[in-house]
Design a protein around this ligand. Structure first.
Ligand SMILES: Nc1ncnc2c1ncn2[C@@H]1O[C@H](COP(=O)(O)OP(=O)(O)OP(=O)(O)O)[C@@H](O)[C@H]1O
Length: 272
């Protein structure tokens, strides 16, 4: 059922991360992470604060280069942001940042098609039309297009961030806490929307969440990070109640230590 943290990922997987390490000075934020994901599959990444989840995402999107290890996307080595293959992937990866990263001085539609306007792939009229189409996809009215992000609620801002992330019709969608700060009803609504968009487009999705229930019900795969490492990675359908309880305890900090899901025991062997 599990991918042991020590196994080597299959390099032919659509997303193949092999022994990835990212340090900031002495701090090892991401420590020998192995992960793989097939095309069109979804993965939730969970873990307590400072586990390395966001840094891993930023390595994937090319913001940070790696100190060690590799990232392959569909066979292309994209480990370092200045790798020759990287520009080919810029348009194929959509990312929602934790704080949405919307520009307050720009309108909603300019935020959504920011990249296309910058690159000149769409003129301003077509970009506005495209943004309105995307607003519809994320459940926002066309009238929102000319508002500024500060005119929107937190939930609406998240939707705009998601609309921007999917604006280039990416092959991979990276979402850093798409429902952080939202109430449970809205969180569920947004996660359902993401699942539907991904299914319709065949998009591969990796999403950080703090919500174990959402991770188990909306994603096909789940990875728990702890102290920069992958402690468990596998199919959500195979998580039984005991494992769920322990992953949840690790997430909220009440567990006494990481567990290995292969055995269902904590690393110190206490849990059975
Ligand atoms: N630019 C940076 N410079 C120095 N240290 C950093 C930097 N970015 C992240 N870190 C450190 O790396 C570790 C992992 O950070 P990361 O943001 O990936 O955690 P996280 O799992 O996403 O946590 P959270 O759920 O709280 O967002 C933390 O100790 C953090 O302080």
């Amino acid at each position: 059922m599990t991918q042991p943290a020590s196994s080597s990922p299959d390099a032919s997987a659509f997303v193949a991360i092999n022994k990835l390490t990212k340090k900031f000075g002495q701090k090892v934020a991401v420590n020998e992470v192995d992960l793989m994901l097939a095309k069109g599959e979804t993965m939730a990444i969970i873990g307590p604060s400072a586990a390395g989840k966001s840094v891993l995402m930023k390595c994937l999107v090319g913001i940070y280069g790696a100190d060690k290890g590799t990232i392959h996307l569909n066979g292309d080595d994209v480990t370092n942001s200045n790798a020759p293959t990287r520009p080919d992937w810029a348009e194929k990866i959509g990312m929602l940042f934790q704080q949405n990263a919307l520009f307050d001085s720009l309108s909603v539609w300019e935020n959504i098609c920011f990249r296309q306007i910058e690159l000149g792939t769409l003129n301003r009229k077509d970009a506005r039309d495209r943004a309105i189409e995307l607003l519809g996809l994320v459940g926002l009215a066309p009238e929102s297009a000319d508002l500024k992000p500060s005119d929107l609620s937190g939930g609406m801002q998240k939707r705009v961030g998601i609309a921007r992330a999917i604006s280039s019709d990416p092959e991979i969608l990276l979402l850093d806490n798409p429902t952080a700060g939202l109430d449970p009803v809205l969180s569920n609504h947004i996660e359902l929307m993401i699942a539907k968009i991904a299914e319709k487009r065949g998009t591969t999705v990796i999403s950080i969440t703090n919500d174990m229930h959402i991770a188990r019900t909306r994603y096909q795969n789940l990875t728990m990070m702890y102290d920069g490492k992958v402690y468990w990675s596998g199919k959500t359908s195979e998580i039984d109640d005991a494992h769920n309880a322990h992953l949840t305890q690790m997430l909220d900090g009440s567990s006494q230590g990481p567990i290995t899901m292969r055995t269902g025991k904590r690393e110190d062997g206490v849990y059975a």
